[in-house]
Ligand binder design. Sequence first.
Ligand code: FES
Ligand SMILES: [Fe+2]
Length: 377
Amino acid sequence: MDTVTHLREELTKLKSISAEQARTMPPSYYTSAEFLALEEEHIFRKEWVCVGHTGEIPNPGDFYTTELVGEQLIVLRDEAGEVRILSNVCRHRGNILAQGSGNRKKFICGYHAWVYDSAGRLQNAPLMDQIEGFDKSACTLPNFATEIWEGFIYVNLDGNAAPLAEQLGGIEAIIKNYKMGERNFVYGEETIWGCNWKCLAENFMEGYHLSPTHVKTLHPITPTSLCVKMPHDDYFTGYWAKYNPNYPERLPYPEGLTKEETRQSPMFAINPNHVIGLATNACVYMCLRPAGPDHVAIRWGVISTAQPDDQSAIDYVKLCHEFNEEDKEKLETLQKGLKSKYLGSNYLAPGDFEGTIWDMYQFMARRLGSDVELQKA
Ligand code: FES
Ligand SMILES: [Fe+2]
């Protein structure tokens, strides 16, 4: 049996196992290029996928470029102040239009100088008026479906997903007092780690590793023993990382948090690729994009109740760099271990600690199980 068929059948089997008997997926789930192709086609092209934060493009004309499952994208704020996601591929012969990030009113292709405005409309194409039948208005760059949720920018490549806000009512109710959408963008970075995208999503979302992996960084704040699983639905899962009672208040936090909420961080994943740790005063997030079976492209950042140069924001960004280094080291050794032919499946830790992984598996089973009829995007 080929790997993809095997993994799809394994996902289907998970549906009839109870959460108390939760087990890991076979290692090939994290290493197979063929299975990744399936994920790209049937998850990343079909779901709402987070590609960054509006704070990265605060002003009209601001843009950055990114790549998602081989699609080149320009994420920009247009002249009217709306966020748009355009194809970054020139309609002439396919050159990439823009690199990196910056501020621009127009995008001029470096190859033959076709010019597009910030809505993707072709404004000028040198000498092409000599061609009978050439129609500038038929050369607009594809505008991908885009939604903003709590300050985050999402794209839906195939344009058929249900409205994002409708999907996220469940998590919205849990996090509303933290006023995530009102926080300031204080730090952002793009990087690549040597692990499968799901390994990082799962790592971010399980509290089991907090104490042993983050001995000096996170264990004193949010030890493993205090983690409590959240409810979940089709679109999200999460847990509460409760604060050590001896750890000082994490200030400044928004008015309106309950006493309990001031002593815990909701840690949650918006399926498939957006993971968020929402502390009372700061918030770290990661937008994950597969980059081959063994690598993940990460656009991560920090949003805060403070300003970028306030000490609490600076300290939190420093902490993020420290715990990210610790996670990266573990995930890159994990990815090597996953190539072993002698590693089978094992039980996951109890629900409060690794139940989120089980929820993410179940999401994948609902999308890719062998009992699901897959349709080409
Ligand atoms: S490929 Fe862009 S102008 Fe020719
Ligand atoms: Fe971690």
